[in-house]
Design a protein around this ligand. Structure first.
Ligand SMILES: Cc1cc2nc3c(=O)[nH]c(=O)nc-3n(C[C@H](O)[C@H](O)[C@H](O)COP(=O)(O)OP(=O)(O)OC[C@H]3O[C@@H](n4cnc5c(N)ncnc54)[C@H](O)[C@@H]3O)c2cc1C
Length: 448
């Protein structure tokens, strides 16, 4: 029999966006339920092993993302040095997620729970149905879609776009893999924690890879080798395979893509072992989840475009910022398109891009926010998704404790006020608003 539970806020998906949102809302005394279909929290940043902390700094080196992202990756702030490759260990990140989530008394986490149905009435979500370790109906005042692929929004009937404008093709997917046991003393530049050494290493490995391609021993369309060091400088994460035509809304393409990704990872590992520094190297693991870069983009009150990114646009309803380049891993297998954000090196993400059209109590809290295929290739990185999640969780909490009927009524200047108090980077006007000191206080505020 299906049980029923009621919360203030429900977040679907426990990747970096969902976790940041759940923490932000729980820190405002909200009763939060975080749902994750997998057995453990972490999402892509843990189970697809992405390793690099992509840039969150403007052209002057100033952080334009901080807040919860800083709690997750403290060394990237405290030990910043532009000569070093900023990376993280996925097991440490998972431990940080678990520690932060466990420290919030008003936050409930259910893993192995998939949202399978969203009931909608009069332009609002009224109930979610979950299956897995529990079969239940759950209700809340505000719902957050942190599923990366917009699964909750799609279940609720929201309009969405998928893939490249014109032909709907998606960015390529990647099976990353970890290699240890490297004899760095045999490399031209042995300290692989440095950018210069990593660029040099990629060049050293390239001829082996090109020979393999020329001999037809791989189906990997990628033209170069990409790898990053683990923080201790003793292992490497290869982000260097490329699988085309993987669409997360079609499970059969994901299953086929995973097989192809594993095949390419094994082929590449065998090839790099020909380099003397890798003769005794070990393939520690291939990431358990195929890395999928792109899924549904939910159509919201504002659609963020490539022009907005490339003109470093400012918005009055700014709630997050992004400094990362447009980075499109070609859907056709060609070269990656990389285009930097011009001076001052970042753009604003407006609150309206977090609000799906046609629903009063749903917010987007992961890479599925409203934007084009090109813009998505930039803000999909973990720093921006964490900032998006933190803003969405804060907005949802404001909606609840101010007793608002529609997430559109939340004042972005109030969101920024709270984000600023919490140490997040913000720009634009802030307007002070009382914050709940306890769950009971929040309920009182709503009634008065
Ligand atoms: C190969 C690859 C390399 C990358 N490299 C980098 C990099 O170097 N640096 C960087 O910053 N970014 C990188 N990225 C991008 C970045 O990792 C992701 O875009 C980001 O982590 C997405 O976070 P998210 O919270 O939106 O989604 P996810 O982390 O994917 O989390 C979504 C969660 O929702 C859950 N879920 C889905 N549907 C449901 C449902 N119905 N019910 C319950 N739960 C559900 C999923 O199981 C998942 O745990 C890379 C991405 C890929 C694929």
């Amino acid at each position: 029999m299906s049980e029923s539970f009621d919360f203030d806020i429900i977040v679907a998906g426990a990747g970096v966006g969902g976790i940041s949102a759940a923490l932000a809302a729980a820190r405002l005394q909200m009763k939060v339920l975080l749902l994750e279909q997998a057995g453990e929290v972490g999402g892509t940043g843990v189970f697809s092993s992405v390793s690099l902390i992509c840039t969150f700094r403007d052209s002057q080196g100033r952080p334009i993302t901080s807040g919860i992202h800083r709690e997750l990756f403290p060394a990237a702030y405290t030990h910043y040095n532009e000569k070093l490759v900023p990376t993280y260990d996925e097991q440490e990140l998972k431990a940080a997620y678990e520690r932060l989530l466990a420290s919030e008394p008003t936050l409930t986490l259910w893993t192995n729970c998939q949202v399978t149905q969203a009931d909608r009435q009069d332009g609002r979500i009224v109930r979610l149905h979950i299956e897995g370790s529990r079969t239940a109906a759950v209700t809340a005042k505000v719902y957050l879609d942190a599923t990366a692929d917009g699964n909750l929004s799609a279940l609720a009937g929201m309009e969405y776009q998928l893939g490249r404008e014109g032909d709907g093709k998606l960015q390529s997917a990647t099976a990353t893999f970890k290699v240890s046991g490297i004899d760095c003393s045999l490399l031209k530049e042995p300290d692989i924690r440095q950018w210069q050494a990593i660029h040099s290493l990629r060049k050293e490995l390239l001829p082996y890879y090109l020979d393999m391609k020329a001999a037809g021993r791989t189906g990997n369309p990628r033209q170069s080798i990409t790898c990053f060091p683990y923080p201790d400088g003793k292992a490497l994460l290869f982000n260097s395979t490329s699988v085309l035509d993987v669409d997360p809304t079609r499970p059969e393409t994901v299953a086929r893509g995973k097989e192809e990704g594993i095949r390419q990872a094994q082929e590449l590992f065998e090839t790099i072992r020909q380099h003397p520094a890798f003769h005794h190297a070990k393939l520690d693991y291939i990431a358990p989840k195929l890395g999928i870069r792109e899924g549904r983009r939910i159509v919201g009150e504002y659609v963020l475009t490539a022009e907005d990114c490339l003109q470093s646009r400012r918005f009055d309803d700014m709630v997050a910022a992004c400094a990362y380049a447009l980075d499109i891993h070609s859907p056709d297998g060609g070269a990656t398109r990389l285009e930097s954000i011009p001076e001052p090196g970042y753009y604003h993400i407006p609150y309206r891009s977090l609000i799906p059209k046609g629903c009063a109590n749903l917010l987007l809290s992961s890479r599925c926010i409203s934007g084009t295929h090109e813009a998505h290739s930039s803000y999909r990185i973990m720093a921006s998704v964490s900032a998006i999640g933190e803003a969405a969780g804060t907005a949802a909490a404001l909606c609840v404790f101010q007793g608002l009927e529609d997430v559109r009524e939340v004042n972005p200047a109030h969101i920024r006020f709270i984000l600023q108090l919490r140490g997040q980077f913000i720009e634009g006007e802030v307007e002070r608003t009382p914050m709940p000191a306890s769950a009971a206080w929040a309920a009182e505020m709503k009634e008065s």
